[in-house]
Design a protein around this ligand. Sequence first.
Ligand code: G
Ligand code: G
Ligand code: MN
Ligand code: NA
Length: 252
Amino acid sequence: VRMHNQLRLDAERNGFTFVAQPKVDREGHAVGAELLMRWPTAAFGMVSPGEFIPMAEKIGLIGLMGRHALHAAAQLAARSLQVHQPLPVAVNLSPKQLLQRGLDRQLLLACERAGVAPAMLELELTESALVDNMTIIEPLLQRLRQHGFSLALDDFGTGFSSLSYLRHLPFNKIKIDRSFVMDIDHDHRAARLLAHMVKLCGALGMSTVAEGVESESQFKALLDLGVQEFQGYYFARPLPVDEWVARLSARP
Ligand code: G
Ligand code: G
Ligand code: MN
Ligand code: NA
């Protein structure tokens, strides 16, 4: 209960920090970053999002916290423009946030305030957000795409991974879950499945991103399979946002 109270206070005064994990292309060049929320507390130390995000959803704070994250994402995208290295920022949306009315308006407002185009934001949705809610989600996602936002299906391969999502929903990208990537250099079935997934996505006009890449041999195996983008400790850990901007400014 004490932690709930603290979370409520911090949600109201935006007591969160954000880190950015770079995503790289096949040459290893940064092509964007995923924004991840952090919650530093005096009483409980650094609480992990695996713990506080579900708590926020349960006690009705995810809408407010999600808005902080959207503004942080748009502002980070704006900073990349300021240093003449415009790169998109990906932000996670929780299932509850998607079902709240006015999400489109919130997103457009965040972009307007930061002075960036919607194309500079990539929205990451998990499969669990889609189950049971297709009648609401499908038109919402169509509208978001029309506004110019980019859409990524996160953690793909862990949940139901229904082909109907790929058929009906206008994703730009599929993020292959870390659990798949972990086995990719020694599990022949995982590799074959992934090779065909990459082709399938390509045929539908979607690109693939591998998450949780931790070793060179995983990277090589994923390159062989035709994956386009990569994210993981092998390339970079999540960085304080200032450090991400500093890295961008240092690029030629
Ligand atoms: O950063 P880390 O790997 O610890 O994140 C753990 C989980 O928390 C991931 O599934 C990630 O998507 C989620 N997460 C991190 N930041 C946010 C956020 O701003 N909003 C939502 N909804 N989830 C987040
Ligand atoms: O579910 P989502 O993809 O949003 O989760 C992102 C989370 O994955 C972040 O909490 C980040 O810290 C974590 N992460 C990023 N790269 C790696 C990696 O290479 N290995 C592991 N184990 N976790 C990672
Ligand atoms: Mn994500
Ligand atoms: Na993920």
